[in-house]
Design a protein around this ligand. Sequence first.
Ligand code: SF4
Length: 343
Amino acid sequence: MKRVESIQILDLGALGAQIQADTSFAEAVKAALQLRGQAQEELFALARESRLRGFPDRRAEVRSVIEISNICKQRCNYCNIGSEGTTKYVIPSDDLVEIAAFLYRERGRRVLLLQAGENKDRRFVANLVRACARIKERMPDLQLIGCIGNLSRAQYQALREAGVDRYLLKIESSRPELYESVKPNDRWQERYQCLLDLIDLGFMVGSGIIVGLPGQTEDDLVADLRFLTDLNLDMVSASVFIPGHGTAYAHCPPGDVDLTLNFMALLRILNPYALMPTTSSLEKLKPDGQYLGLMAGANTLTVHDGTPPEFQHLFPIYDETRYRPNDAHLRALAARAGLVVAA
Ligand code: SF4
């Protein structure tokens, strides 16, 4: 993967009226985060130029997500997956293989995201490893992305050896105190070590943050931008905070969509070669939000078509009214944003 040599090359020259050429990186980022109207459009245009440099074929990746289990040992303040009283489920290995085969065959999907709550249970991970090995044996060109939180290095290694190509592990915030205040059962250092292990084991690694977390400052966003860029990741992301029903943060105000879009644009400018999703949370807070994410430099779309209907309501990332765009809608969005959908 190619890399932008230095974070200092952040190029906001076209926005000179708003941002002085001699401002420091932090000042430039803070000014860019506040751009609105025409200046924000110019920022997005720079982000799209950067995307075109990294992806000259204008391809957008569409991935199906299979939410394989809602069992989670964490209790993050912004999430209600696996909360007390929720019926727990795990998709059996055989079913997982069949779902993957269906999506591959019937939907033409070539990228699958296997998502679950955090669960280091030996049997759970061993079953998943076996299922992934069978999927890769039958469909070697199907890219598998793991997204099941912090595991031991040996468990990551087993997934890698089973053929799992990529892994998503969001850092949520690069500031340990903020991370531990929103994820009170986890330690930032452990999370960071997991990211380093994943990179070391040869996964294509993705990480990202949530914009608008309670207690987050502008300085945090500047640090997050540096942190994500310096890791030289294959996939980067920023989602907007939504106070989920039934969570500890249910009473908090949602994150700012424009701030999130501007953060995404900056992330794209600094990471031309990384995949970056436009998230359904943007759409939930602003009509056409997911399209705006593409206009701010995103090039990945997620379709929630892999989880059997009987389990979908048990994996409520935000709440039961979660926005679940279908395949055709996302393809139309990509086309409107000038992107070509890859399988
Ligand atoms: S965000 Fe992930 S780790 Fe945290 S409670 Fe939800 S599913 Fe579990």
